[in-house]
Design a protein around this ligand. Structure first.
Ligand code: NI
Length: 268
C-alpha cells in the first residue's frame, strides 16, 4: 500500500462514519479551496501491543520519522509526532497514548481485556491503523463508566484505531487569511466550535494557532442498544514562520490538551 492509498483509506473511513467531517471539507471545496491536510491524529493505550511504537510502524516504514514528544499531565497522555523525511506535502502524523496505570483497577481491567481480544493477525497487520474497533462491540454501561475517568479512554474503547481527526491547513487556504475567518465561516454554517480554553488555542508567538469543531453525534451500535455519541471531529491549524524564516512544524502541548476535548460527550 502506498502512502497515498493509506491516507485515502483513512479519509474514506473517517468521512463515511462522520458525515459532518465530509460536510466541512465540502464547504471549503465549494468555496474553490484546495484543502491541504496539516496533520491527522490517532489515539491508543500504552499497552506494548498497541502503543505509539506499534501504530507508528506503518508510517515509519513509509518514510516518516519521529519529530517531537509531548506530555499531557492532567489527561494522563503522552504523544509523539512524525513527519515524512522527503515528501513535504505528506501530512504530519500525531499519535497519543493513555497512561493506563494512572487509572482505576476497573479501567485497567477493561482495557486489558480489550487488548486481549485483538487477534494476533490484526496486531501484526499494517492495516491495524485503520481497522477501527478490533476487540468487539462495546458495552454502553462500560462506555459511561470509562467516561467518568477519561473521555479519551471511552472514545478509544468505542472507536479503536482510525483517524481521530483530519486538519485543514489554514496556510493552504486562499480566501481565508486567518483562523478567525475560518472559525466565523464554520459558525455561519452551524458548526459548534470547541471553546475549551477559548475558540483559538495558541498564539502567533507560539507559531501555531488551532481550533476545532466539536465531534458530531453519530449512532453507534452497543451490545445493549444503539446510542448517539460524539464521533470524530475536524481541526484547523494556522502556522507561522520561526526566527529563521522556517514554517513551525511542531505542536503546542497546552493547546493540544484542550483540542483533545473535542470528542468529550455533550448533549447532541
Ligand atoms: Ni490535531
Amino acid at each position: 500500500m502506498t502512502l497515498e492509498e493509506l491516507f485515502n483509506k483513512l479519509w474514506i473511513d473517517y468521512t463515511a462514519q462522520n458525515p459532518a467531517a465530509k460536510k466541512v471539507y465540502e464547504l471549503f471545496t465549494t468555496e474553490g479551496e484546495e484543502v491541504v491536510n496539516d496533520h491527522i491524529a490517532f489515539r491508543t493505550f500504552d499497552d506494548p501491543k498497541i502503543n505509539i511504537d506499534v501504530l507508528s510502524k506503518t508510517f515509519l516504514e513509509k518514510g516518516y520519522e519521529e519529530k517531537g514528544q509531548y506530555e499531557f499531565k492532567e489527561k494522563h497522555l503522552f504523544a509523539k509526532h512524525f513527519e515524512h523525511k522527503t515528501d513535504k506535502n505528506a501530512p504530519r502524523v500525531f499519535i497519543s497514548q493513555l497512561k493506563t496505570s494512572d487509572f482505576s483497577e476497573f479501567l485497567q481491567k477493561i482495557l486489558k481485556s480489550v487488548v486481549h481480544n485483538i487477534s494476533e493477525e490484526a496486531l501484526v497487520s499494517e492495516e491495524l491503523i485503520f481497522s477501527g474497533n478490533v476487540w468487539g462491540t462495546p458495552d454502553y454501561d462500560t462506555y459511561l463508566r470509562l467516561r467518568e475517568e477519561s473521555e479519551y479512554a471511552a472514545w478509544v474503547y468505542v472507536y479503536g484505531f482510525r483517524a481521530n481527526h483530519f486538519t485543514v491547513s489554514v496556510n493552504g487556504l486562499k480566501k481565508f487569511d486567518n483562523l478567525e475567518q475560518v472559525n466565523q465561516f464554520l459558525k455561519d454554517n452551524n458548526f459548534l466550535l470547541n471553546s475549551s480554553g477559548g475558540e483559538i488555542k495558541g498564539t502567533k508567538e507560539q507559531l501555531l494557532r488551532q481550533s476545532s469543531i466539536m465531534a458530531n453525534h453519530i449512532s453507534v451500535e452497543f451490545t445493549n442498544g444503539v446510542y448517539s455519541i460524539p464521533g470524530c471531529y475536524y481541526e484547523f491549524a494556522q502556522r507561522y514562520l520561526d526566527e529563521n524564516g522556517k514554517l513551525y512544524s511542531g505542536f503546542i502541548a497546552k493547546s493540544a490538551d484542550k483540542i483533545f476535548e473535542s470528542t468529550n460527550y455533550y448533549k447532541g
